[in-house]
Design a protein around this ligand. Structure first.
Ligand code: ATP
Ligand code: MG
Length: 197
């Protein structure tokens, strides 16, 4: 059984707590809150199972934090995911929300261009998200001064009849809608949305 301690704590949201994996610095363990149902977790894991059949070697960069397995911990059953770290320092990457609201080290043009890359990847590889908030995207700082935006939460979709899984026309429409729905058509819209929240 894996022992998670306060020193491993990274952050939390409405659904779960996130801890650094004590045995692997490139993984994290997510522990659902007591009120999070098993059905919710199962649904998410089912979508990752579907994604696991993709040829990830084709991706230009790993644009979502992938699920690995479940583990027993002192805090209950946890789900193991890729942990996003900055290449520059090895520190755990901050979220896009942090770079939009609290730090000015990444210029807006760079964020805009990385968002466009993320959108392209989601469309091309048909990976969808229900919850494209900037707190659910990590901004990985790279040594060559570039950044990569990586989805860390909210992967999946609710479509009963998933046309977007099969046809480019629908996947493009779906991803475009997601970006608009979460105020990513401009950084001004996004910052206004974050201030309102
Ligand atoms: N793979 C990761 N790499 C780096 N940091 C992460 C990762 N996953 C989660 N975090 C950090 O932990 C926080 C909470 O994790 P997560 O978003 O998975 O929780 P949640 O309860 O599902 O969130 P929400 O309230 O958006 O549903 C994130 O906002 C982020 O700061
Ligand atoms: Mg979250």
């Amino acid at each position: 059984m894996i022992q998670l301690e306060d020193k491993h704590y990274i952050g939390e949201g409405e659904i779960r707590f996130c801890y650094e994996h004590p045995e692997d610095k490139n993984l994290c363990i997510k522990i659902p809150r007591p009120e999070t149902t098993r059905a919710y977790t199962n649904k998410e894991l089912l979508y990752f199972k579907k994604l696991s059949r993709r040829n990830k070697a084709k991706y230009q960069y790993p644009f979502y934090s992938d699920f690995h397995n479940e583990v027993k911990t002192n805090l209950g059953l946890g789900q193991v995911f890729d942990l996003v770290r900055d290449e520059t320092t090895g520190n755990i990457s901050k979220t896009l929300e942090y770079y939009l609201m609290e730090s000015k080290v990444v210029p807006d043009e760079q964020i805009e261009s990385a968002l466009s890359d993320l959108k392209q990847h989601m469309t091309k590889y048909k990976v969808f998200t229900r919850d494209l908030r900037s707190r659910n995207i990590c901004c990985k700082l790279k040594n060559n001064n570039s950044i990569e935006l990586i989805i860390i939460d909210g992967i999946g979709h609710r479509d009963f009849f998933p046309l977007a899984d099969w046809f480019h026309y629908f996947s493009k429409k779906k991803v475009d809608r997601t970006f608009t729905r979460w105020y990513f058509d401009s950084l001004k819209d996004q910052r206004d949305f974050l201030r309102r929240d």
